[in-house]
Design a protein around this ligand. Structure first.
Ligand code: AKG
Ligand code: FE2
Length: 309
């Protein structure tokens, strides 16, 4: 999503994965902030279980984004994006502990093809910005959304909002993306897709877990990102927010009350054409968010493929 000239050039720098170095930088900010900003749901959104607000100060990293960046010379892009025949996209696994893990593939889809997907989705998806309910208040969801699902599934409801389920047949490129995911994740199955469009720096998704019952106890969620890169931040739920103890692996109470540490937080920069997979108990034990980022001016589109049981 992040797309300055530098970013859009997809330089083979880091893989976008970095632990948050200063635990103080992720704040479970005050409900007060949200209550000030009643109409824009700032910082809060109730999806699965619990939510917290974010003060946007997680990382001092600059995330410039300009939509016209793709007009830059393609020379450097091609130089780093053209894989040799033996190059498989690098896959990183991040063990979050206690049966939760992530897979991140930065160059999951080819760069130019990813822009074609972006353009199709931006133009043809029937985006809507619904009014949702957060802590009893109605407010505008801080990003556009759309939902696609196989027929006959239990409806998705989050934050008091039940999206209309569109058919896969209406958007053939989505099937191409899903096929690519199946190649990367043999044995996985997905039958629904939540699409999000972040139209600029102040669009975001607040702290939440996708732990709705319809996904079962250990959902696998495959998340594909296009356009402006944005930070994706995870933090471990506080003990009472997680149901880890229900399976008996929460350890003794004293241990469970330990202060948050570096291992309780992760931050990734989700690049254009990347795939992130959340697996195991990630939804039960962790929250995730895409915070506002002042420099992330471009549009980002994110697709999260899920399996409704
Ligand atoms: O935009 C993203 O990367 C995440 C979106 C998300 O968490 C969700 O739709 O549940
Ligand atoms: Fe989510």
């Amino acid at each position: 999503m992040n797309s300055t000239a530098a970013n859009r050039s997809n330089q083979p720098s880091s893989d976008g994965i970095s632990e948050v170095l200063n635990s103080g930088q992720i704040t479970t900010n005050d409900e007060a902030e949200s209550l000030h900003k009643k109409n824009n749901c700032s910082g809060y959104e109730l999806t699965g279980s619990d939510t917290f607000s974010d003060n946007g100060s997680l990382n001092k990293k600059r995330l410039h984004c300009h939509q016209d960046q793709r007009r830059m010379s393609l020379t450097s892009i091609v130089a780093v994006e053209t894989p040799s025949s033996t190059d498989a996209p690098t896959r990183r696994t991040i063990d979050l502990g206690h049966g939760s893990d992530l897979i991140y593939i930065q160059r999951f889809l080819p760069f130019q093809q990813s822009w074609s997907f972006f353009d199709f989705l931006d133009k043809h998806i029937p985006w809507t910005r619904p009014t949702i309910r957060v802590f009893g208040r109605s407010c505008l969801q801080p990003r556009d959304t759309c939902y696609v699902a196989s027929s006959g599934l239990t409806s998705l409801v989050y934050s008091g909002y039940q999206p209309n389920a569109y058919s896969w047949d209406d958007f053939p490129p989505l099937k191409e993306i899903l096929d690519a995911i199946y190649k990367a994740l043999p044995g996985s199955r997905f039958n629904s897709l939540l699409l999000n469009r972040y139209k600029g720096a102040s669009d975001y998704v607040a702290w939440h877990a996708d732990d709705e019952k319809i996904y079962g106890p250990t959902p696998e969620i495959a998340s594909v990102s296009f356009g402006c890169e944005r930070d994706f931040v995870l933090k471990k739920k506080k003990h009472e927010e997680s149901s880890q103890e229900k399976t008996g692996d929460g350890g003794p109470a004293k241990k469970r009350l330990k202060r948050s540490s570096r291992e309780d937080q992760q931050s990734l920069t989700l690049k254009h054409g990347s795939l992130l997979v959340m697996r195991g108990y990630t939804q039960r034990d962790w929250l995730h968010s895409v915070p506002k980022r002042a420099k992330a001016e471009g549009t980002r589109i994110n697709l999260t493929f899920r399996l409704v049981l």
